[in-house]
Design a protein around this ligand. Structure first.
Ligand SMILES: NC(=O)c1ccc[n+]([C@@H]2O[C@H](COP(=O)([O-])OP(=O)(O)OC[C@H]3O[C@@H](n4cnc5c(N)ncnc54)[C@H](O)[C@@H]3O)[C@@H](O)[C@H]2O)c1
Length: 417
């Protein structure tokens, strides 16, 4: 294999020119060369292709024939696994946006495909790489707060009707069907990264929408939020909260056996608070300190990137994993653990909070038990014994909401099939 270096950058193609544009634009800063783009939305593809001066494809199979080393997948949320498997089989390294797989059976197939390919697979979680989360990982491993007993992670991102419709073009767009537990990785990944723990079981409850909500003109069927409790492999408990309720929140907290750390909820949300009970304070420590940490390395590049620097580190680690031929931290198994929390968490919501195990897809014996688990809330799989997108059922949107959504889509140039 040709060693990739400054003279020989990693040649990469990107699928999906929405979120994927930030990967495409960032590639040059991590020793990658963008060589191809793929999207089925021709107009958007043409614009981004021109802007970045790169070959474009509307057909994924043709795109995979382009001479390149790696692909970055930012196509629809629930369709990454089949795209990743095809790319791995074509001998390409894969970075995949969240979620890693749309069903448990796809997760089994993905784990097997990564192992068979010997290629790098990176699950593209960017939230763990915020400066304060990298600092919490450093403190945790230095023993500052002891071992996690309880953790909290929140990713809650509200939208008004117009904004939500812009992001979700099409009656069957995934954002219009996503159950409230499925977008859990931004809340969970940082906790896993800080503490090196992983979920082994899940209980979840979904929060139904309210008639008093004044923003009704989107056609989303799912619930606005969920509370997910994960039992982690060190017996600690992690609470995950969020989705689209009022009160934007990106927040993480670790209660350990000798202290607590969290980012601030107000004012400087990039600041970190670390505290100890008086009897736990060691020489040189303070009972409480609040400070704003910087990135441990590549600070300048990170500050110029999206998602508080997380976007830089995500593709940096992908490029490094390829160059060094080393499994990245967010490998296929960690990516799948978050997908399992999403799916098993939704089973729990529909069973009013009953516990469900997180299948360990590292083990072939476990995979065998789950390889035909095609349980799916996605519209293309609708049918008997498939779950609804809301705890209230199918939740059909109102005529008024459909008319408004169509008006917004028309204005943005989206043509419905
Ligand atoms: N990590 C983050 O911070 C972050 C932020 C935004 C989005 N995302 C993720 O990025 C992904 C894409 O989200 P988005 O916001 O761009 O919206 P989106 O899902 O609407 O966009 C997906 C893009 O992929 C294209 N596409 C769909 N099917 C295709 C196919 N078969 N072949 C080629 N192209 C295809 C669509 O035309 C569209 O342009 C999702 O997985 C989402 O969760 C992550």
């Amino acid at each position: 294999m040709t060693q990739r270096s400054a003279e020989n950058p990693i040649r990469v193609g990107v699928v999906g020119v929405g979120r994927g544009s930030s990967f495409a634009k960032g590639a040059q800063f991590v020793g990658m060369e963008l060589v191809a783009l793929c999207d089925t939305w021709e107009e958007k593809l043409r614009d981004v292709g021109k802007q970045l001066n790169v070959t474009t494809y509307t057909d994924y199979d043709k795109f995979l024939e382009h001479d390149m080393d790696a692909v970055m997948l930012a196509n629809y949320f629930h369709q990454h696994a089949p795209f990743a498997i095809k790319a791995l089989r074509a001998g390409l390294h894969v970075l995949s946006e969240t979620m890693a797989c749309g069903t448990v059976a796809e997760g089994v197939a993905l784990a097997r495909a990564v192992e068979q390919s010997g290629k790098i697979y990176l699950f593209a979680e960017n939230y763990p790489y915020f400066a304060y989360n990298q600092e919490m990982r450093r403190l945790y491993h230095a023993g500052e707060v002891g071992e996690m007993q309880y953790g909290e992670g929140e990713y809650n991102h509200p939208f008004d009707s117009h904004g939500f419709n812009v992001l979700s073009p099409g009656m069957n767009h995934w954002r219009n069907w996503i159950p409230s537990t499925y977008y859990c990785s931004h809340a969970l990944a940082p906790i896993m990264y800080i503490t090196d723990t992983h979920p082994v079981s899940v209980n979840a409850v979904s929060i139904p929408r309210s008639n008093r909500d004044t923003e009704k003109l989107y056609i989303r069927r799912g619930d606005p939020g969920a509370i997910i409790l994960c039992r982690m492999n060190n017996a600690s408990v992690v609470r995950i909260m969020g989705l689209t309720m009022r009160g934007h929140s990106v927040w993480y907290r670790i209660h350990g056996t000798r202290g607590l750390m969290e980012n601030l909820r107000t004012e400087d949300k990039g600041a970190l608070r670390v505290m100890h009970e008086p009897w736990d304070v060691r020489e040189g420590e303070q009972s409480e300190r609040i400070y704003t940490p910087d990135f441990p390395h590549h600070a300048e590049e990170a500050r110029a990137a999206g998602h508080s620097g997380g976007d830089f580190f995500t593709i940096y680690h992908f490029a490094e994993a390829i160059r060094k031929n080393e499994t990245p931290y967010f490998d296929v198994y960690r990516g799948l653990e978050m997908a399992m929390v999403a799916i098993q968490g939704w089973r729990s919501c529909l069973a009013n909070g009953a516990p469900f195990e997180i299948p360990d897809l590292r083990q072939e014996s476990v995979r065998k038990q789950y390889e035909d688990d095609n349980w799916s809330p996605w519209p293309e799989h609708r049918g008997r014994q498939q779950p609804p997108p809301s705890i209230e059922g199918l939740n059909p949107p109102s005529e008024e909401a459909i008319a408004y959504a169509r008006q917004v889509w028309k204005e943005m140039g989206y043509e419905e099939d």
